[in-house]
Design a protein around this ligand. Structure first.
Ligand code: CP
Length: 301
């Protein structure tokens, strides 16, 4: 594996499969009474979150701790950024403390890539603006791989806010690399113009989900929408939300996914998020195992 993980394009198909296999090993270890392994003993992981996070931050922190690394937490809101220190000077300060791996989330696209130029260790992109969220892509694809045994040939329908999502960019990249068929379904005002031609698009939700093995919702990214993109959220939910009435008559073995946090009653209804088809909480468990596998792959490299 390369030294840094900024987008899915940093990984070959074989490297992704190796991460999945190693993730499965770690997932089994996480079921044991003693969950700790010594792989990262003596290493320091810096968690640099310039934007809020629950799943990504906590699972990276726990993954590092399960692997015996030391962790330091940097939170923008309580840091000297508030006293006008620049990002570069902040990173140089952390570098002076000998950090080995930087896990970086930032509202601006490109910040994790910029940090690779000024540090000696590795950078993992934990989400940069609407650009990329590669570890979410990996855990999403792992969840499908584990459930179905393979990703190739599966039909995946993705609904919600495509335009402002960083998850979709990483998910499209990884699912196409692994041979899945993708269909997006959302309002035209929430479709960007960069979508890969291999990805289908429809505004008809029944058509999108009919043959889908996986139905995935994407959060309405209100913090990035700079103007009124949809008339209102209730109307969006009526036409494009994942609802029982829209996915009735489906074959029985489909799964429902969402990267979280979910907006119940907007992109997905609560009864679907809590249904037997939902693997939303399992995605979180898989996030911990696959992030351990990513640390492992970085240090092997
Ligand atoms: N899916 C995801 O990135 O969630 P958080 O923002 O809680 O980390």
């Amino acid at each position: 594996m390369k030294k840094h993980l900024i987008t899915i394009s940093d990984l070959s198909k074989n490297e992704i499969i190796e991460i999945f296999k190693q993730g499965k090993v770690f997932k089994d270890i996480l079921q044991r009474p003693i969950k700790k392994i010594p792989t990262l003993r003596g290493k320091t992981v810096g968690l640099l979150f310039f934007e809020p996070s629950t799943r990504t931050k906590l699972s990276f922190e726990l993954a590092a701790k399960r692997m015996s690394a030391d962790t330091i937490n940097f939170s923008a809101s309580t840091s000297s950024l508030k006293k006008n220190e620049s990002i570069k000077d902040t990173i140089m300060t952390l570098e002076a403390m000998k950090i080995d791996i930087y896990v970086v989330r930032h509202p601006s696209p490109g910040v994790p890539a910029m940090i690779t130029k000024i540090i000696k260790g590795s950078v993992i992109n934990a989400g940069d603006g609407a650009h990329a969220h590669p570890t979410q892509g990996i855990l999403d694809a792992y969840t499908v791989w584990e459930k179905f045994g393979d990703v190739k040939g599966l039909h995946i329908a993705i609904l919600g806010d495509v335009k402002y999502s960083r998850v979709i960019r990483s998910d499209i990249e990884i699912f196409l690399k692994l041979g899945a068929h993708l269909t997006l379904c959302t309002a035209k005002t929430l479709m960007p113009n960069w979508i890969d031609p291999k990805v289908k698009y429809t505004t008809n939700i029944e058509k999108a989900v009919k043959d889908a093995d996986v139905i995935m919702g994407l959060r309405m990214q209100k913090e990035r929408q700079d103007s009124a993109i949809i008339p209102d959220e209730i109307e969006f939910n009526t036409f494009f939300g994942i609802k029982n009435i829209k996915i009735a008559n489906k074959k029985n073995n489909y799964i429902v996914m969402h990267p979280g946090p979910i907006n119940r009653g907007i992109e997905i209804d609560g009864d679907i998020a809590d249904s037997k088809h939902s693997v939303i909480n399992e995605q979180v468990t898989n996030g911990l195992a696959t992030r351990m596998a990513i640390f492992y792959a970085l240090f092997q490299g």
